[in-house]
Ligand binder design. Structure first.
Ligand code: GLC
Length: 418
């Protein structure tokens, strides 16, 4: 089974490989998330692709990360989607990028790059990778703190739900003004926000001044803390103690801000914080569980998170649903807003399972981690590498031949070494 799985994962990623051109004109190669639905390079998808590829085709893993960094602007920013000179970008791509003919989007995604670099370096034994890529990753983190931590509390803000990576997560319904359970008006509201963001130059400061969308998203900050921690480990592996301790301190300040500002002991979850007054968005989604992946969490919080994860609102037949089954907005299937599909409203996704398995293993919950892996494997065997799955029946939905669902390969490796 393991061999077959690896072959299928490799074949999928091989079929999704695309050639393109970096900002400086160099040729790059990367995997698109899905040939039909997502034909360009997406930021956190590529981090996941690179991790999976380390087990399957190490050379491609390195190229995937180089392509991602090839889209870095001189100021350090790395976009959430890079077209790499690909076909004419569609309407949404135009709206989410700068100028008339954007080469990329102007938004971010959960910043897992440092984590991907360290995991790939470790799995492939390519020590050189660190010295080639780490400076770029540091510059990217510096951009995030400079441009996205306007109140200086170490938590970075997003200016659009798309930046959270969980596009239609119901925690954001309210603040977008979408009040119906079916989220009928969500897509047009998101379009208006896109247009507004383009007009405001994708600036957090302008969004904050004008009381527009800005939110300290839990998963985004978990990704940042993990990425910084990995960067610290990478610098340590290179015997560079000064940048290592700088990254380590930054990681700790992000993690401790998450604990002091976002953790809610009553629910046992972490809440996203909205707007200048940091209003907690108390909707139980998978984001609220992801701090489990962080190192050094207080034992009492670890226990509450694991209890919450193992309770029936999240521990479904095929865990972990992106929204608690107890939320009125929970949808196990693939709902629509008008004619547009909605995602992240209850389906199970492999990338968040990968994150939670990391946390379960970190804190010694080997059995629960094994169960999560076994169910993730069943999803892929039954329904193929789909974008997401029904948490109750295992049916597959959304994009087909979806890249990051190959992360099950890395989940197997992690479980084996636990
Ligand atoms: C969807 C997901 C986002 C992902 C993208 C490409 O927009 O919400 O997280 O990066 O698809 O797969």
């Amino acid at each position: 089974v393991a061999d077959q799985l690896q072959q299928a994962a490799r074949a999928l990623l091989a079929a999704n490989r695309r050639q393109g051109t970096a900002l400086d004109g160099r040729p790059v190669a990367f995997c698109c998330p899905s040939p039909t639905t997502y034909p360009y390079q997406w930021f956190w998808d590529s981090c996941f692709h690179a991790v999976a590829l380390s087990h399957l085709e190490p050379k491609w893993a390195v190229e995937e990360l180089e392509a991602l960094i090839g889209a870095q602007r001189p100021d350090g920013f790395i976009p959430h989607v890079s077209f790499h000179g690909g076909r004419r970008p569609s309407y949404w791509a135009y709206v989410q990028g700068r100028g008339v003919r954007p080469r990329s989007s102007a938004m971010i995604q959960p910043p897992l790059l440092g984590l991907a670099v360290e995991r790939v370096a470790r799995l492939t034994g390519d020590d050189d990778l660190r010295s080639r890529l780490l400076t770029a990753v540091d510059r990217y983190h510096e951009w995030l703190f400079r441009e996205r931590d306007h109140d200086g509390d170490s938590l970075i803000s997003i200016i659009s739900p798309y930046e959270s990576g969980l596009d239609h997560k119901p925690a954001y319904d309210r603040v977008l003004g979408s009040h119906s359970r079916a989220a009928r008006s969500l897509t047009p509201r998101l379009r208006l926000l896109d247009i507004g963001n383009k007009r405001r130059g994708f600036s957090l400061r302008r969004n904050a001044q004008g009381k527009r969308f800005h939110c300290e998203d839990v998963l985004v900050n978990v990704a940042l803390a993990l990425s910084l921690d990995s960067v610290a480990a990478s610098w340590e592996a290179m015997n560079e103690s000064t940048p290592a301790s700088r990254a380590r301190e930054k990681a700790a300040s992000v993690a401790s801000a998450l604990v002091t500002k976002c953790y809610d002991d009553e629910s046992g979850l972490f809440w996203d914080l909205y707007g200048a007054d940091e209003r907690p968005l108390d909707v139980a989604t998978i984001s609220g569980l992801t701090p489990l992946a962080l190192p050094g969490l207080p034992a009492a919080i670890v226990k509450r998170l694991v209890d919450k994860l193992s309770a029936d609102d999240f521990w479904t037949e095929f865990p972990v649903p992106s929204v608690s089954t107890k939320e009125p907005s929970f949808r196990p299937d693939a709902p629509f807003s008008g004619r547009s599909p909605l995602i992240w409203r209850g389906g199970t996704w492999i990338n968040t399972n990968w994150l939670l398995q990391m946390g379960l293993l970190r804190y010694g919950y080997v059995e629960q981690a094994g169960h999560l892996l076994e169910r993730s494997l069943r999803l892929v065997e039954r329904s193929g590498f789909r974008e997401f799955y029904n948490p109750l029946t295992g049916e597959g939905y959304g994009a087909e031949n979806f890249g990051w669902s190959t992360l099950v390969v890395d989940m197997c490796a992690r479980q084996n070494s636990a």
